[in-house]
Design a protein around this ligand. Structure first.
Ligand SMILES: Cc1cc2nc3c(=O)[nH]c(=O)nc-3n(C[C@H](O)[C@H](O)[C@H](O)COP(=O)(O)OP(=O)(O)OC[C@H]3O[C@@H](n4cnc5c(N)ncnc54)[C@H](O)[C@@H]3O)c2cc1C
Ligand SMILES: NC(=O)c1ccc[n+]([C@@H]2O[C@H](COP(=O)([O-])OP(=O)(O)OC[C@H]3O[C@@H](n4cnc5c(N)ncnc54)[C@H](OP(=O)(O)O)[C@@H]3O)[C@@H](O)[C@H]2O)c1
Length: 466
């Protein structure tokens, strides 16, 4: 063990990004016996918790209770939160190297994958990432507008995010009012004219990325009937064989639920939700004002790749559906951080199991690490990030033992605190966040909702008298 990590010279770690990965990394560092650690957790937003606050659907409140675990981590000795401090805007990688022995980048996936079809630039076509951020009250997205006067909406992709988007479009105002959805989104969705939602999967039911509780939940909404089409949900011979071979009971159950929706008859509910399979958008059509009016779809069949996976292949059969609003929900994407090596194609920080690597030599950069979605790509639930962060921190501890870490010129906690105070005087501490949290909960309680979110940074600052 090098001298770093003693009471006299604590291990100083900066974690950039206060989502689940950042908190789980901090937790594992604090669990270590015989080593004194001090963690500074940064986030570009004043509020912590990343996608737990700004991604997880508002009608999934129970999931958000994981923040109680994060609150406990934040109480550990030497832990500080610097909210409203962005790496690349307020602080640089060189600043971090000057002040810490180790740095962990846990910045998640901040944008989305593009849908490369003609007409993709038409108005009325949006990434699901933006709609999600909007209805959850993300300060960067609260001013967006979605044309909910449209009756027909398509959601491209059949992952769990597509399920979230479809549910939020189909829930009644009364259902939404029980959630912490942003106030302006509740207002807009309460006046929504949406009557039909099409969720579009390019492969078959056995390959659907959504999970079983999520597809089941679609059938349990107050005022929406859900349908599938019998011939699209019958398993083809390749899927049948692959499912039989894997004996995957979970997927079998999921397919059963999907197939059961093909027997549904309209019950007179106000909205209809169609989950379609084996079709891909090939073009968006627009009107003279550049607004989307329809989508051309090609029907697919599955083929087996040499690696054994089942992929979609276009057939000759096409159809056109009228839609006035389109959300592509085909995956999130990480963005580069200034000064941090990045793999543009995969949208992740260049790394070897969590050690950030040099783009040319491929050798680890001493003292720099990554965890979570920005390390491995945008997949996995909140809990998936825990073993991932633990694995990264274990490497850090091994490196520390061999003396491989940064050698900061200003390791004292006060030094970086005064730098931040100069660069971003309106930074938020964890105590500031807890005050904001209490205000949100109290405002929510007044109107029978779990919380009423602040959605602009200005309002957050004003509420705390900053
Ligand atoms: C729409 C949606 C719904 C989901 N719902 C569920 C669910 O119901 N249940 C479930 O288990 N999982 C769910 N997930 C998955 C879960 O949210 C992720 O697995 C998890 O949040 C990823 O954690 P992370 O810490 O890697 O990234 P994030 O949660 O994205 O956190 C990254 C943090 O880094 C900050 N940051 C980014 N750039 C900078 C910078 N330059 N400087 C400082 N800070 C920065 C961001 O502000 C953010 O707070 C959902 C995901 C999405 C997209
Ligand atoms: N309730 C929850 O637990 C919850 C809620 C939300 C998100 N999450 C998690 O967060 C992660 C991200 O979710 P996600 O939905 O963004 O991603 P995802 O699970 O990877 O799903 C992406 C979907 O987009 C499709 N797709 C990709 N490219 C496409 C294209 N060019 N054309 C048509 N379809 C395309 C994929 O189809 P293919 O399969 O054919 O590639 C897949 O159906 C997942 O791990 C998810 O489970 C969990």
């Amino acid at each position: 063990m090098s001298e770093v990590g003693t009471a006299a010279s604590p291990l100083r770690v900066a974690i950039i990004g206060a989502g689940p990965s950042g908190f789980y990394a901090a937790e594992h560092l604090y669990k270590q016996k015989g080593i004194t650690v001090q963690v500074d957790l940064y986030d570009r937003l004043p509020t912590p918790f990343g996608l737990v606050r700004l991604g997880v659907a508002p009608d999934h409140q129970k999931i958000k209770s994981v923040t109680a675990v994060f609150d406990r981590i934040a109480q550990r000795p030497g832990f500080r939160f610097f909210g409203n401090v962005e790496l690349g805007r307020d602080i640089s990688v060189d600043d971090l190297r000057d002040h810490y022995h180790q740095i962990i980048y846990t910045t998640g996936a901040q944008t989305d994958r593009a849908m490369d079809v003609p007409g993709a630039d038409l108005d009325g076509h949006h990434p699901a990432t933006e709609f999600v951020a909007w209805y959850n009250g993300h300060p960067d997205f609260c001013d967006l507008h979605f044309d909910l006067t449209q009756e027909k909406v398509a959601v491209v992709g059949i992952g769990n995010v597509a399920m979230d988007v479809a549910r939020i479009l189909c829930r009644t105002p009364a259902e939404l009012a029980q959630t912490d959805i942003a106030d302006y989104a509740l207002e807009a969705l309460s006046h929504s004219n949406v009557k039909e939602v099409y969720v579009l999967g390019r492969r078959g039911p056995a390959q659907a990325a959504f999970t079983t509780p999520e597809i089941k939940e679609l059938g349990e909404m107050e005022d929406t009937d859900v349908f599938t089409i019998a011939e699209e949900v019958e398993l083809d011979s390749l899927s049948e064989a692959s499912l039989a071979e894997s004996a995957d009971r979970g997927t079998m159950r999921k397919v059963e639920i999907i197939q059961s929706y093909a027997n549904n008859q309209p019950t007179g509910k106000a909205r209809k939700l169609f989950v379609r399979f084996l079709i891909s958008p090939t073009e968006l059509y627009g009107d003279e004002n550049g607004r989307v009016t329809a989508m051309k779809l090609v029907h697919n069949k599955l083929y087996k790749t040499d690696a054994g996976s089942l992929r979609p292949k276009a057939t000759e059969k096409t159809e056109v559906i009228e839609v006035g609003l389109v959300f592509r929900s085909i995956g999130y994407l990480g963005v580069p951080l200034p000064g941090v090596p990045f793999n543009e194609k995969w949208g992740v920080i260049l790394n070897d199991n969590g050690r950030v690597t040099h783009p040319n030599t491929k050798e680890p950069l001493p003292g720099e690490y990554t965890a979570g979605w920005i390390k491995r790509g945008p997949s996995g639930v909140i809990g998936t990030n825990k073993p991932d962060a633990v694995a990264t921190v274990d490497l850090m501890l091994n490196d520390l033992k061999t003396g491989c870490h940064l050698h900061p010129t200003h390791p004292a906690p006060e030094a970086v605190a005064s730098l931040i105070a100069q660069r971003q005087p309106h930074f938020f501490t964890y105590t500031d966040w807890q005050k904001l949290d209490a205000l949100e909960l109290a405002k929510g309680a007044e109107c029978g909702r779990p919380r009423l979110k602040f959605t602009s940074i200005e309002d957050m600052l004003a509420a705390l008298g900053k």
